[in-house]
Design a protein around this ligand. Structure first.
Ligand SMILES: [Zn+2]
Length: 270
């Protein structure tokens, strides 16, 4: 079976298309610039990174590469995903939840050991075991490279999930999931939930057009803070090599939402 290509779903509905409705949505020119820089960095990496660069360079020449790190394919995927979910969730109150699993961390050079399918499945089972088997939830896997400015922990890749859901109170879902997410000194707040104020922004967030470097530090108030920076070249090469072997749909998390061709639908609904 060929991989899902959102290009085949064009034209996207005007209402809900982030290209038209999401302020700051990346332009084609920004995508082209990002693509050129990315290829240049990946080409200086190992064999897998070089192969990822080649896929991205040849993307669109005959077929789309569909890799999650390709700016051109990601832009198309975001347009499809956001317009679908915006339509599906329009009448509902949305909650956003972020979970950072405490034992799923990878040292630099070890990201290739991440099994995305298993990662998503584990979270889905936790949601069910927490009593929310029928929860309508959707979002995606994101991966930060985490460092601490005072070396309070070792640098590592931290896969985590950004998801939205409807039909339940977010604080109750968070409380029920808490037993799976004990805080530790690396992730003092491994689970966060909040009511969504801007649906389109929140829906698009898990499909960010880049992966980042999260630097933790102790702020002037003595508490842990963090800032998000761009990945360094060797980090970008590692995640580029990893993503070059995956498709967008590998990062997509859907629970009680199904995809049929170009359309997403809630389970139990026509
Ligand atoms: Zn591509």
């Amino acid at each position: 079976m060929s991989a899902f290509n959102p290009r085949n779903c064009k034209p996207f509905p005007k209402k809900g298309d982030p290209k038209r409705q999401l302020p700051g949505f990346e332009t084609k020119q920004e995508v082209a610039e990002r693509q050129a820089k990315l290829i240049c960095t990946l080409e200086k990496g190992n064999q897998d990174a070089v192969e990822a660069a080649q896929k991205i360079r040849e993307c669109g020449q005959g077929q789309d590469c569909l890799t999650p790190i390709c700016p051109k394919c990601l832009r198309m995927f975001r347009r499809w995903y956001v317009s679908q979910l915006e339509r599906l969730t329009r009448p509902h109150e949305l909650w956003a939840i972020t979970v950072v699993p405490p034992r799923v961390r990878f040292a630099p050079g070890e990201l290739h050991n991440l099994d995305l399918c298993q990662f998503k499945e584990t979270f889905s089972k936790q949601v069910s075991r927490a009593g929310f088997h029928n929860l309508v939830m959707f979002g995606g896997v994101d991966i930060d490279f985490c460092v601490h400015s005072d070396n309070d922990f070792y640098p590592h890749w931290a896969p985590h999930l950004h998801c939205l859901f409807i039909g339940e109170n977010g604080q109750e879902v968070k409380a029920a999931l808490g037993r799976f997410y004990p805080p530790d000194h690396i992730a003092p707040r491994p689970i966060r939930a909040e009511k969504v104020k801007d649906p389109m922004e929140a829906i698009s967030y898990p499909m960010k057009p880049f992966f980042g470097r999260r630097v933790s530090y102790i702020g002037g108030n003595g508490r842990r803070q963090s800032r998000d920076l761009r990945l360094q070249a060797d980090e970008l090469q590692e995640i580029g090599a990893y993503m070059g072997q995956h498709k967008h749909t590998d990062l997509l998390f859907l629970k009680n939402v199904r995809r049929r061709g170009c359309n997403l639908a809630l389970n139990g609904c026509r």
